[in-house]
Design a protein around this ligand. Structure first.
Ligand code: NOJ
Length: 568
Protein backbone atom coordinates (compact mmCIF):
# COMPACT_ATOMS: atom_id res chain seq x y z
CA UNK A 1 0.00 0.00 0.00
CA UNK A 2 1.26 3.49 -0.78
CA UNK A 3 2.28 5.65 2.18
CA UNK A 4 -0.55 8.08 1.52
CA UNK A 5 -3.04 5.35 2.15
CA UNK A 6 -1.57 4.30 5.42
CA UNK A 7 -3.68 5.07 8.43
CA UNK A 8 -2.04 8.23 9.67
CA UNK A 9 -1.94 9.33 13.24
CA UNK A 10 -3.37 12.72 13.86
CA UNK A 11 -1.24 15.81 13.62
CA UNK A 12 -4.04 18.25 14.29
CA UNK A 13 -4.55 17.50 17.93
CA UNK A 14 -4.02 20.57 20.03
CA UNK A 15 -5.05 19.55 23.48
CA UNK A 16 -4.57 16.44 25.53
CA UNK A 17 -7.69 14.33 25.68
CA UNK A 18 -9.23 13.00 28.82
CA UNK A 19 -9.28 9.49 27.46
CA UNK A 20 -9.92 7.96 30.82
CA UNK A 21 -13.29 9.69 30.77
CA UNK A 22 -13.91 8.58 27.18
CA UNK A 23 -13.52 4.97 28.25
CA UNK A 24 -16.46 5.29 30.56
CA UNK A 25 -19.20 5.74 28.02
CA UNK A 26 -20.15 2.37 26.80
CA UNK A 27 -23.62 3.04 25.39
CA UNK A 28 -22.54 3.20 21.76
CA UNK A 29 -18.83 2.74 22.18
CA UNK A 30 -17.10 1.00 19.34
CA UNK A 31 -14.95 -1.94 20.27
CA UNK A 32 -14.03 -5.06 18.38
CA UNK A 33 -16.51 -7.22 20.20
CA UNK A 34 -19.41 -4.94 19.44
CA UNK A 35 -19.98 -5.80 15.79
CA UNK A 36 -23.65 -6.55 15.28
CA UNK A 37 -24.61 -9.38 12.92
CA UNK A 38 -28.03 -8.94 11.46
CA UNK A 39 -29.91 -7.58 8.49
CA UNK A 40 -31.71 -4.36 7.65
CA UNK A 41 -35.49 -4.14 7.42
CA UNK A 42 -36.98 -5.45 4.17
CA UNK A 43 -37.19 -2.70 1.57
CA UNK A 44 -34.20 -0.81 2.94
CA UNK A 45 -32.81 1.25 0.05
CA UNK A 46 -29.10 1.13 -0.82
CA UNK A 47 -27.60 3.78 -3.03
CA UNK A 48 -24.68 5.94 -4.02
CA UNK A 49 -24.50 9.65 -4.72
CA UNK A 50 -23.01 12.46 -6.73
CA UNK A 51 -23.64 16.13 -7.41
CA UNK A 52 -23.80 18.10 -10.64
CA UNK A 53 -20.83 20.43 -10.31
CA UNK A 54 -18.65 17.71 -8.84
CA UNK A 55 -19.17 15.21 -11.68
CA UNK A 56 -20.93 16.50 -14.80
CA UNK A 57 -18.23 18.62 -16.43
CA UNK A 58 -19.56 20.24 -19.65
CA UNK A 59 -19.53 23.52 -17.74
CA UNK A 60 -20.23 25.70 -20.79
CA UNK A 61 -21.97 23.24 -23.11
CA UNK A 62 -25.45 23.11 -24.65
CA UNK A 63 -26.58 26.48 -23.33
CA UNK A 64 -25.66 26.04 -19.67
CA UNK A 65 -25.25 29.31 -17.73
CA UNK A 66 -22.46 30.03 -15.27
CA UNK A 67 -22.74 28.98 -11.66
CA UNK A 68 -20.92 30.56 -8.72
CA UNK A 69 -18.64 27.50 -8.70
CA UNK A 70 -17.65 28.00 -12.35
CA UNK A 71 -16.62 31.55 -11.55
CA UNK A 72 -15.03 30.79 -8.17
CA UNK A 73 -12.96 27.87 -9.44
CA UNK A 74 -11.63 29.96 -12.33
CA UNK A 75 -10.25 32.56 -9.90
CA UNK A 76 -6.59 31.86 -9.26
CA UNK A 77 -5.72 30.61 -5.80
CA UNK A 78 -9.21 29.60 -4.69
CA UNK A 79 -8.94 25.87 -5.37
CA UNK A 80 -6.02 23.59 -4.62
CA UNK A 81 -3.77 23.51 -7.70
CA UNK A 82 -6.29 25.80 -9.43
CA UNK A 83 -8.38 22.77 -10.40
CA UNK A 84 -11.85 23.40 -11.83
CA UNK A 85 -14.96 21.31 -12.46
CA UNK A 86 -14.87 22.22 -16.18
CA UNK A 87 -14.66 18.63 -17.34
CA UNK A 88 -14.52 16.70 -14.05
CA UNK A 89 -15.77 13.10 -14.65
CA UNK A 90 -17.50 14.08 -17.92
CA UNK A 91 -20.62 12.59 -16.37
CA UNK A 92 -22.74 14.72 -18.72
CA UNK A 93 -21.64 12.42 -21.56
CA UNK A 94 -21.61 9.15 -19.67
CA UNK A 95 -25.14 8.42 -18.49
CA UNK A 96 -25.20 4.86 -19.77
CA UNK A 97 -21.67 4.03 -18.64
CA UNK A 98 -22.31 5.29 -15.13
CA UNK A 99 -25.61 3.49 -14.86
CA UNK A 100 -23.84 0.26 -15.73
CA UNK A 101 -21.56 0.91 -12.72
CA UNK A 102 -24.63 1.36 -10.53
CA UNK A 103 -26.04 -1.88 -11.86
CA UNK A 104 -22.81 -3.66 -11.07
CA UNK A 105 -23.30 -2.50 -7.47
CA UNK A 106 -26.99 -3.51 -7.57
CA UNK A 107 -28.02 -0.10 -6.26
CA UNK A 108 -31.64 0.55 -5.33
CA UNK A 109 -31.28 4.32 -5.69
CA UNK A 110 -29.01 6.94 -7.12
CA UNK A 111 -28.75 10.41 -5.66
CA UNK A 112 -27.77 13.19 -8.07
CA UNK A 113 -28.34 16.93 -8.22
CA UNK A 114 -29.86 19.14 -10.89
CA UNK A 115 -27.70 22.05 -11.95
CA UNK A 116 -29.89 25.15 -11.72
CA UNK A 117 -27.95 27.14 -14.39
CA UNK A 118 -27.99 24.14 -16.75
CA UNK A 119 -31.74 24.37 -17.04
CA UNK A 120 -32.20 28.09 -16.21
CA UNK A 121 -29.01 29.79 -17.41
CA UNK A 122 -29.52 33.03 -15.47
CA UNK A 123 -31.48 31.40 -12.64
CA UNK A 124 -34.58 33.33 -13.65
CA UNK A 125 -37.34 31.42 -15.40
CA UNK A 126 -38.72 34.35 -17.38
CA UNK A 127 -35.26 34.91 -18.93
CA UNK A 128 -34.85 31.49 -20.47
CA UNK A 129 -35.43 27.78 -19.94
CA UNK A 130 -32.71 25.64 -21.54
CA UNK A 131 -34.40 22.62 -23.15
CA UNK A 132 -31.07 20.91 -23.80
CA UNK A 133 -30.38 20.89 -20.07
CA UNK A 134 -33.85 19.48 -19.39
CA UNK A 135 -33.19 16.79 -21.99
CA UNK A 136 -30.04 15.68 -20.17
CA UNK A 137 -31.89 15.14 -16.88
CA UNK A 138 -34.80 13.51 -18.74
CA UNK A 139 -32.39 10.98 -20.17
CA UNK A 140 -30.67 10.39 -16.86
CA UNK A 141 -33.98 9.81 -15.04
CA UNK A 142 -35.41 7.61 -17.80
CA UNK A 143 -32.30 5.47 -17.92
CA UNK A 144 -32.28 5.06 -14.16
CA UNK A 145 -35.89 3.98 -14.13
CA UNK A 146 -35.39 1.57 -17.04
CA UNK A 147 -32.72 -0.06 -14.90
CA UNK A 148 -34.94 -0.12 -11.81
CA UNK A 149 -32.85 2.43 -9.94
CA UNK A 150 -34.88 5.00 -8.01
CA UNK A 151 -33.78 8.59 -8.71
CA UNK A 152 -33.33 10.85 -5.69
CA UNK A 153 -32.92 14.40 -7.00
CA UNK A 154 -31.31 17.26 -5.10
CA UNK A 155 -32.40 20.69 -6.25
CA UNK A 156 -29.51 22.66 -4.81
CA UNK A 157 -26.07 21.18 -4.37
CA UNK A 158 -24.30 24.56 -4.19
CA UNK A 159 -24.22 25.67 -7.85
CA UNK A 160 -26.20 28.92 -7.65
CA UNK A 161 -26.54 30.73 -11.01
CA UNK A 162 -23.84 33.41 -11.11
CA UNK A 163 -26.31 36.05 -12.31
CA UNK A 164 -28.26 35.72 -9.05
CA UNK A 165 -25.05 36.20 -7.09
CA UNK A 166 -24.03 39.27 -9.06
CA UNK A 167 -27.43 40.92 -9.19
CA UNK A 168 -28.67 40.20 -5.68
CA UNK A 169 -25.81 38.89 -3.54
CA UNK A 170 -27.04 35.27 -3.69
CA UNK A 171 -28.33 33.79 -0.42
CA UNK A 172 -27.73 37.09 1.40
CA UNK A 173 -30.84 38.29 -0.39
CA UNK A 174 -34.41 37.27 0.43
CA UNK A 175 -35.29 37.28 -3.29
CA UNK A 176 -33.55 33.88 -3.57
CA UNK A 177 -36.62 32.36 -1.90
CA UNK A 178 -38.83 33.11 -4.91
CA UNK A 179 -36.20 32.38 -7.54
CA UNK A 180 -35.43 29.03 -5.97
CA UNK A 181 -39.11 28.25 -5.73
CA UNK A 182 -39.58 28.96 -9.45
CA UNK A 183 -36.70 26.67 -10.29
CA UNK A 184 -38.03 23.92 -8.04
CA UNK A 185 -41.50 24.30 -9.49
CA UNK A 186 -40.12 23.83 -13.00
CA UNK A 187 -38.33 20.67 -11.85
CA UNK A 188 -41.54 19.30 -10.31
CA UNK A 189 -43.40 20.13 -13.52
CA UNK A 190 -40.89 18.54 -15.87
CA UNK A 191 -39.48 15.64 -13.86
CA UNK A 192 -42.00 15.06 -11.06
CA UNK A 193 -43.97 12.44 -13.00
CA UNK A 194 -40.87 10.22 -12.58
CA UNK A 195 -38.92 11.59 -9.58
CA UNK A 196 -40.61 10.78 -6.26
CA UNK A 197 -37.85 11.77 -3.84
CA UNK A 198 -36.78 15.41 -3.77
CA UNK A 199 -34.10 17.02 -1.64
CA UNK A 200 -34.44 20.79 -1.60
CA UNK A 201 -31.02 21.82 -0.25
CA UNK A 202 -27.85 19.87 0.25
CA UNK A 203 -25.87 20.70 3.38
CA UNK A 204 -27.00 24.31 3.87
CA UNK A 205 -24.54 24.50 6.81
CA UNK A 206 -21.65 24.38 4.38
CA UNK A 207 -23.23 26.90 2.00
CA UNK A 208 -23.77 29.33 4.88
CA UNK A 209 -20.52 28.89 6.80
CA UNK A 210 -18.02 28.16 4.02
CA UNK A 211 -19.70 30.31 1.36
CA UNK A 212 -20.56 33.42 3.41
CA UNK A 213 -18.52 33.29 6.62
CA UNK A 214 -15.07 31.84 5.91
CA UNK A 215 -15.15 32.30 2.14
CA UNK A 216 -13.45 28.96 1.42
CA UNK A 217 -16.31 28.01 -0.88
CA UNK A 218 -18.18 29.93 -3.58
CA UNK A 219 -19.18 32.72 -3.59
CA UNK A 220 -16.16 33.28 -1.33
CA UNK A 221 -17.62 35.97 0.95
CA UNK A 222 -16.18 36.61 4.40
CA UNK A 223 -19.07 38.21 6.26
CA UNK A 224 -17.98 37.11 9.70
CA UNK A 225 -20.60 36.88 12.39
CA UNK A 226 -23.56 37.76 10.17
CA UNK A 227 -23.20 36.26 6.66
CA UNK A 228 -23.79 32.65 7.60
CA UNK A 229 -26.85 33.37 9.77
CA UNK A 230 -28.45 35.49 7.06
CA UNK A 231 -27.77 32.96 4.30
CA UNK A 232 -29.16 30.16 6.49
CA UNK A 233 -32.28 32.16 7.32
CA UNK A 234 -33.07 32.63 3.64
CA UNK A 235 -32.30 29.01 2.81
CA UNK A 236 -34.67 27.77 5.52
CA UNK A 237 -37.42 29.97 4.11
CA UNK A 238 -36.61 28.84 0.56
CA UNK A 239 -36.81 25.20 1.63
CA UNK A 240 -40.17 25.77 3.33
CA UNK A 241 -41.59 27.56 0.32
CA UNK A 242 -40.58 24.76 -2.04
CA UNK A 243 -42.10 22.16 0.30
CA UNK A 244 -45.39 24.13 0.34
CA UNK A 245 -45.34 24.45 -3.45
CA UNK A 246 -45.00 20.70 -3.78
CA UNK A 247 -47.59 20.08 -1.11
CA UNK A 248 -50.26 22.31 -2.62
CA UNK A 249 -49.56 21.99 -6.35
CA UNK A 250 -47.95 18.63 -7.08
CA UNK A 251 -48.27 16.12 -4.27
CA UNK A 252 -51.84 15.18 -5.21
CA UNK A 253 -50.90 13.91 -8.65
CA UNK A 254 -47.23 13.05 -8.24
CA UNK A 255 -47.36 11.45 -4.79
CA UNK A 256 -43.70 12.12 -4.01
CA UNK A 257 -41.79 13.26 -0.92
CA UNK A 258 -39.79 16.42 -0.26
CA UNK A 259 -37.00 16.53 2.29
CA UNK A 260 -33.75 18.32 3.03
CA UNK A 261 -30.23 16.96 3.44
CA UNK A 262 -28.44 18.20 6.56
CA UNK A 263 -24.84 17.37 7.23
CA UNK A 264 -23.32 17.26 10.63
CA UNK A 265 -20.46 15.83 12.64
CA UNK A 266 -21.23 14.22 15.96
CA UNK A 267 -19.86 16.08 19.02
CA UNK A 268 -18.88 14.02 22.05
CA UNK A 269 -18.02 15.67 25.39
CA UNK A 270 -14.32 15.35 26.20
CA UNK A 271 -15.12 14.74 29.84
CA UNK A 272 -18.51 13.18 30.33
CA UNK A 273 -18.50 13.98 34.02
CA UNK A 274 -18.13 17.69 33.30
CA UNK A 275 -21.45 19.47 32.80
CA UNK A 276 -19.77 22.29 30.85
CA UNK A 277 -18.34 19.83 28.32
CA UNK A 278 -21.69 18.08 28.02
CA UNK A 279 -23.38 21.38 27.27
CA UNK A 280 -20.62 22.40 24.84
CA UNK A 281 -20.99 19.15 22.91
CA UNK A 282 -24.75 19.62 22.74
CA UNK A 283 -24.16 23.18 21.42
CA UNK A 284 -21.81 21.84 18.76
CA UNK A 285 -24.53 19.60 17.34
CA UNK A 286 -27.23 22.28 17.75
CA UNK A 287 -25.12 24.81 15.83
CA UNK A 288 -24.68 22.14 13.14
CA UNK A 289 -27.82 20.25 12.22
CA UNK A 290 -30.03 21.78 14.94
CA UNK A 291 -29.66 25.21 13.28
CA UNK A 292 -31.74 23.90 10.33
CA UNK A 293 -33.62 20.92 11.72
CA UNK A 294 -35.14 22.72 14.73
CA UNK A 295 -36.91 25.42 12.66
CA UNK A 296 -38.04 22.83 10.10
CA UNK A 297 -39.44 20.42 12.70
CA UNK A 298 -40.32 22.76 15.56
CA UNK A 299 -40.67 26.22 13.98
CA UNK A 300 -37.74 28.15 15.46
CA UNK A 301 -33.97 28.12 16.04
CA UNK A 302 -32.57 26.06 18.93
CA UNK A 303 -32.88 28.01 22.19
CA UNK A 304 -29.16 27.66 22.79
CA UNK A 305 -28.35 29.45 19.51
CA UNK A 306 -30.77 32.25 20.34
CA UNK A 307 -29.21 32.59 23.82
CA UNK A 308 -25.56 32.51 22.82
CA UNK A 309 -25.73 34.65 19.68
CA UNK A 310 -28.16 37.06 21.37
CA UNK A 311 -25.91 37.50 24.43
CA UNK A 312 -22.77 37.96 22.35
CA UNK A 313 -24.49 40.46 20.06
CA UNK A 314 -25.55 42.48 23.13
CA UNK A 315 -21.99 42.38 24.49
CA UNK A 316 -20.85 43.85 21.18
CA UNK A 317 -23.29 46.70 21.72
CA UNK A 318 -25.65 45.63 18.94
CA UNK A 319 -29.32 46.50 19.35
CA UNK A 320 -30.53 43.17 17.92
CA UNK A 321 -29.16 39.67 17.69
CA UNK A 322 -27.02 38.74 14.71
CA UNK A 323 -29.22 35.64 14.48
CA UNK A 324 -32.31 36.69 12.48
CA UNK A 325 -35.75 35.97 13.92
CA UNK A 326 -38.85 34.32 12.48
CA UNK A 327 -42.19 36.08 12.88
CA UNK A 328 -44.92 33.91 14.38
CA UNK A 329 -46.46 33.53 10.94
CA UNK A 330 -43.13 32.42 9.51
CA UNK A 331 -42.67 29.95 12.36
CA UNK A 332 -45.84 28.12 11.52
CA UNK A 333 -45.09 28.30 7.78
CA UNK A 334 -41.64 26.72 8.25
CA UNK A 335 -42.65 24.14 10.88
CA UNK A 336 -43.38 20.64 9.60
CA UNK A 337 -42.00 21.16 6.09
CA UNK A 338 -40.17 17.86 5.82
CA UNK A 339 -41.42 14.52 4.54
CA UNK A 340 -38.09 12.87 5.28
CA UNK A 341 -34.84 13.99 6.80
CA UNK A 342 -31.64 13.50 4.83
CA UNK A 343 -28.54 13.07 6.96
CA UNK A 344 -25.02 13.51 5.61
CA UNK A 345 -22.38 12.37 8.06
CA UNK A 346 -18.66 11.69 7.87
CA UNK A 347 -16.89 12.20 11.18
CA UNK A 348 -16.89 13.07 14.90
CA UNK A 349 -15.15 15.50 17.24
CA UNK A 350 -14.51 15.62 20.97
CA UNK A 351 -15.80 18.89 22.36
CA UNK A 352 -14.84 20.92 25.36
CA UNK A 353 -16.06 24.25 26.72
CA UNK A 354 -13.97 27.28 25.70
CA UNK A 355 -14.93 30.90 26.24
CA UNK A 356 -14.41 33.52 23.56
CA UNK A 357 -14.61 37.18 24.46
CA UNK A 358 -16.86 39.05 22.05
CA UNK A 359 -15.54 42.39 20.96
CA UNK A 360 -16.15 44.63 17.98
CA UNK A 361 -15.49 42.80 14.72
CA UNK A 362 -14.12 39.69 16.40
CA UNK A 363 -17.30 37.65 16.49
CA UNK A 364 -17.97 34.78 14.17
CA UNK A 365 -20.11 31.68 13.92
CA UNK A 366 -17.17 29.78 15.45
CA UNK A 367 -16.62 32.04 18.45
CA UNK A 368 -20.36 32.26 19.09
CA UNK A 369 -20.36 28.59 20.09
CA UNK A 370 -17.85 28.90 22.97
CA UNK A 371 -16.24 25.53 22.43
CA UNK A 372 -13.10 23.82 21.18
CA UNK A 373 -12.91 20.76 18.92
CA UNK A 374 -10.47 17.93 19.52
CA UNK A 375 -9.67 14.61 17.94
CA UNK A 376 -8.24 11.37 19.25
CA UNK A 377 -4.84 10.75 17.65
CA UNK A 378 -5.69 7.06 17.41
CA UNK A 379 -8.63 7.63 15.09
CA UNK A 380 -7.89 6.48 11.52
CA UNK A 381 -7.48 9.42 9.15
CA UNK A 382 -6.79 8.09 5.67
CA UNK A 383 -7.74 11.03 3.45
CA UNK A 384 -9.25 14.46 4.01
CA UNK A 385 -7.60 16.23 6.90
CA UNK A 386 -10.91 16.72 8.70
CA UNK A 387 -12.19 13.18 8.25
CA UNK A 388 -11.45 10.74 11.07
CA UNK A 389 -13.16 7.38 11.08
CA UNK A 390 -15.28 7.22 14.26
CA UNK A 391 -18.15 4.84 13.50
CA UNK A 392 -19.87 5.05 16.93
CA UNK A 393 -20.46 8.79 16.38
CA UNK A 394 -22.78 7.91 13.50
CA UNK A 395 -25.10 5.90 15.74
CA UNK A 396 -25.21 8.72 18.26
CA UNK A 397 -25.98 11.33 15.62
CA UNK A 398 -28.79 9.21 14.20
CA UNK A 399 -30.23 8.83 17.69
CA UNK A 400 -29.93 12.58 18.22
CA UNK A 401 -31.81 13.37 14.99
CA UNK A 402 -35.13 12.24 16.49
CA UNK A 403 -37.12 15.30 15.55
CA UNK A 404 -40.65 13.96 15.72
CA UNK A 405 -39.35 10.54 14.69
CA UNK A 406 -38.82 11.44 11.03
CA UNK A 407 -38.22 9.04 8.21
CA UNK A 408 -34.44 9.28 7.70
CA UNK A 409 -32.42 8.72 4.56
CA UNK A 410 -28.67 8.80 4.94
CA UNK A 411 -27.81 11.01 2.00
CA UNK A 412 -24.00 11.00 2.32
CA UNK A 413 -21.49 8.83 4.14
CA UNK A 414 -18.04 7.79 3.01
CA UNK A 415 -14.31 8.37 3.21
CA UNK A 416 -11.60 9.76 0.96
CA UNK A 417 -7.99 9.09 0.11
CA UNK A 418 -5.26 11.41 -1.06
CA UNK A 419 -4.59 12.16 -4.70
CA UNK A 420 -1.36 10.24 -5.26
CA UNK A 421 -3.11 7.22 -3.97
CA UNK A 422 -3.72 5.16 -7.09
CA UNK A 423 -4.37 2.19 -4.84
CA UNK A 424 -7.54 0.33 -5.79
CA UNK A 425 -7.25 -2.08 -2.85
CA UNK A 426 -8.91 0.38 -0.50
CA UNK A 427 -9.22 -1.82 2.56
CA UNK A 428 -9.52 1.21 4.87
CA UNK A 429 -12.64 2.29 2.92
CA UNK A 430 -14.02 -1.24 3.24
CA UNK A 431 -13.48 -0.97 6.98
CA UNK A 432 -15.15 2.45 7.09
CA UNK A 433 -18.24 1.30 5.20
CA UNK A 434 -18.45 -1.91 7.19
CA UNK A 435 -18.27 -0.16 10.57
CA UNK A 436 -20.42 2.86 9.69
CA UNK A 437 -23.22 0.81 8.12
CA UNK A 438 -23.06 -1.51 11.12
CA UNK A 439 -23.55 1.45 13.48
CA UNK A 440 -26.50 2.50 11.32
CA UNK A 441 -27.94 -1.00 11.79
CA UNK A 442 -27.56 -0.60 15.56
CA UNK A 443 -29.33 2.76 15.34
CA UNK A 444 -32.23 1.06 13.59
CA UNK A 445 -32.32 -1.48 16.43
CA UNK A 446 -32.38 1.51 18.81
CA UNK A 447 -35.61 2.54 17.07
CA UNK A 448 -34.35 5.17 14.62
CA UNK A 449 -36.42 5.14 11.46
CA UNK A 450 -33.64 4.92 8.84
CA UNK A 451 -35.01 3.91 5.43
CA UNK A 452 -32.03 4.19 3.14
CA UNK A 453 -28.30 4.71 2.87
CA UNK A 454 -26.30 6.56 0.22
CA UNK A 455 -22.60 5.82 -0.10
CA UNK A 456 -20.66 8.98 -0.90
CA UNK A 457 -19.66 8.85 -3.64
CA UNK A 458 -20.14 6.69 -6.71
CA UNK A 459 -17.09 8.22 -8.43
CA UNK A 460 -13.99 10.17 -7.50
CA UNK A 461 -14.84 13.77 -8.37
CA UNK A 462 -14.12 17.47 -7.88
CA UNK A 463 -13.90 17.95 -4.12
CA UNK A 464 -14.67 21.69 -3.90
CA UNK A 465 -11.77 23.80 -2.60
CA UNK A 466 -9.64 20.65 -2.42
CA UNK A 467 -9.93 20.14 -6.19
CA UNK A 468 -9.18 16.57 -7.25
CA UNK A 469 -6.83 15.95 -4.33
CA UNK A 470 -9.35 13.99 -2.27
CA UNK A 471 -10.97 10.90 -3.71
CA UNK A 472 -14.26 9.72 -2.21
CA UNK A 473 -15.28 7.35 -5.00
CA UNK A 474 -16.18 3.70 -4.97
CA UNK A 475 -14.87 3.95 -8.53
CA UNK A 476 -11.48 5.46 -9.26
CA UNK A 477 -11.50 8.07 -12.04
CA UNK A 478 -8.33 8.69 -14.01
CA UNK A 479 -8.50 12.48 -14.40
CA UNK A 480 -5.26 12.56 -16.41
CA UNK A 481 -6.97 10.78 -19.27
CA UNK A 482 -9.39 12.99 -21.22
CA UNK A 483 -11.88 10.11 -21.42
CA UNK A 484 -11.97 9.94 -17.62
CA UNK A 485 -12.08 6.13 -17.41
CA UNK A 486 -13.52 4.59 -14.25
CA UNK A 487 -11.99 1.63 -12.36
CA UNK A 488 -13.63 -0.27 -9.51
CA UNK A 489 -11.92 -0.08 -6.13
CA UNK A 490 -12.14 -3.11 -3.85
CA UNK A 491 -14.86 -1.36 -1.86
CA UNK A 492 -17.20 -1.86 -4.85
CA UNK A 493 -17.09 -5.61 -4.26
CA UNK A 494 -17.57 -5.16 -0.54
CA UNK A 495 -20.45 -2.69 -0.72
CA UNK A 496 -22.10 -4.93 -3.28
CA UNK A 497 -22.08 -7.78 -0.78
CA UNK A 498 -23.58 -5.64 1.98
CA UNK A 499 -26.30 -4.69 -0.50
CA UNK A 500 -27.06 -8.20 -1.73
CA UNK A 501 -27.19 -9.57 1.82
CA UNK A 502 -29.08 -6.48 3.03
CA UNK A 503 -26.69 -6.29 5.96
CA UNK A 504 -24.33 -8.65 7.74
CA UNK A 505 -25.84 -12.15 7.87
CA UNK A 506 -23.21 -13.98 9.97
CA UNK A 507 -19.60 -13.77 11.03
CA UNK A 508 -18.24 -16.52 8.77
CA UNK A 509 -19.72 -15.04 5.62
CA UNK A 510 -18.81 -11.44 6.43
CA UNK A 511 -15.22 -12.33 7.22
CA UNK A 512 -14.88 -13.80 3.73
CA UNK A 513 -16.12 -10.65 2.01
CA UNK A 514 -13.03 -8.60 2.65
CA UNK A 515 -10.70 -11.31 1.39
CA UNK A 516 -12.78 -11.78 -1.74
CA UNK A 517 -13.00 -8.05 -2.38
CA UNK A 518 -9.27 -7.49 -2.09
CA UNK A 519 -8.49 -10.55 -4.24
CA UNK A 520 -10.08 -8.95 -7.29
CA UNK A 521 -8.61 -5.50 -6.82
CA UNK A 522 -5.04 -6.45 -7.64
CA UNK A 523 -6.02 -7.17 -11.25
CA UNK A 524 -7.83 -3.81 -11.41
CA UNK A 525 -4.64 -2.22 -10.13
CA UNK A 526 -2.79 -3.63 -13.09
CA UNK A 527 -5.39 -2.12 -15.40
CA UNK A 528 -4.80 1.26 -13.85
CA UNK A 529 -1.05 0.89 -14.04
CA UNK A 530 -1.48 0.14 -17.75
CA UNK A 531 -3.38 3.36 -18.18
CA UNK A 532 -0.57 5.48 -19.64
CA UNK A 533 -0.29 2.73 -22.26
CA UNK A 534 -4.04 2.91 -22.89
CA UNK A 535 -3.86 6.70 -23.34
CA UNK A 536 -0.95 6.17 -25.70
CA UNK A 537 -2.98 3.68 -27.69
CA UNK A 538 -5.85 6.14 -27.84
CA UNK A 539 -3.46 8.70 -29.27
CA UNK A 540 -2.42 6.17 -31.84
CA UNK A 541 -5.98 5.33 -32.88
CA UNK A 542 -7.38 8.85 -32.70
CA UNK A 543 -4.52 10.88 -34.18
CA UNK A 544 -1.77 8.81 -35.75
CA UNK A 545 -3.88 6.29 -37.67
CA UNK A 546 -6.25 8.85 -39.31
CA UNK A 547 -3.32 11.12 -40.23
CA UNK A 548 -1.35 8.29 -41.82
CA UNK A 549 -4.46 7.08 -43.68
CA UNK A 550 -5.19 10.55 -45.07
CA UNK A 551 -1.58 10.91 -46.20
CA UNK A 552 -1.72 7.50 -47.89
CA UNK A 553 -4.90 8.44 -49.75
CA UNK A 554 -3.39 11.75 -50.87
CA UNK A 555 -0.17 10.11 -52.01
CA UNK A 556 -2.07 7.41 -53.92
CA UNK A 557 -4.17 10.09 -55.64
CA UNK A 558 -1.03 12.01 -56.66
CA UNK A 559 0.61 8.81 -57.84
CA UNK A 560 -2.49 7.83 -59.83
CA UNK A 561 -2.66 11.25 -61.49
CA UNK A 562 1.02 10.94 -62.36
CA UNK A 563 0.45 7.53 -63.98
CA UNK A 564 -2.59 8.76 -65.91
CA UNK A 565 -0.66 11.78 -67.28
CA UNK A 566 2.20 9.52 -68.42
CA UNK A 567 -0.27 7.17 -70.01
CA UNK A 568 -1.94 10.00 -71.99
C1 NOJ B 1 -20.51 17.21 1.79
C2 NOJ B 1 -20.84 17.71 0.42
O1 NOJ B 1 -22.23 17.77 0.28
C3 NOJ B 1 -20.24 16.87 -0.70
O2 NOJ B 1 -20.44 17.52 -1.91
C4 NOJ B 1 -18.79 16.58 -0.43
O3 NOJ B 1 -18.23 15.82 -1.48
C5 NOJ B 1 -18.68 15.88 0.90
N1 NOJ B 1 -19.19 16.73 1.95
C6 NOJ B 1 -17.24 15.48 1.26
O4 NOJ B 1 -16.51 16.62 1.52
Amino acid sequence: MLPCCAVRTCHVLVLVLCLSAAEDFDWTKNDRGSFYYGTFPAGFSWGAGSSAYQTEGAWDQDGKGLSIWDVFSHRKGKILQNDTGDSSCQGYYKIKEDISLMKELKLDHYRFSISWPRIMPTGIKSDHVNEKGIKYYDELIDNLLENKITPIATLYHWDLPQVLQEKYGGWQNISMVNYFNEFANLCFERFGNRVKYWITLNNPWSVAVEGYETGEHAPGLKLRGTGAYRAAHHMIKAHAKVWHTYDTKWRGKQKGLVGISLSGDWGEPVDISNQKDIEAAERYVQFYIGWFATPIFHGDYPQVMKDFIGRKSAQQGLGTSRLPTFSSQEKSYVKGTCDFLGIGHFTTRYITQKNYQSGHGSSSYFTDRDLAELVDPRWPDPGSEWLYSVPWGFRRLLNFAQYRNPMIYVTENGVSEKIMCTELCDDWRIQYYKDYTNEMLKAIKDGVNVRGYTAWSLLDKFEWDEGYSERFGLYYVDFRNKNKPRYPKASVQYYKRIISSNGFPNQREVENWKRKATETCSSSNQLLAADPLTSHMEMVTEVVVPTVCTLCILLSAVFLMFLLRRHN
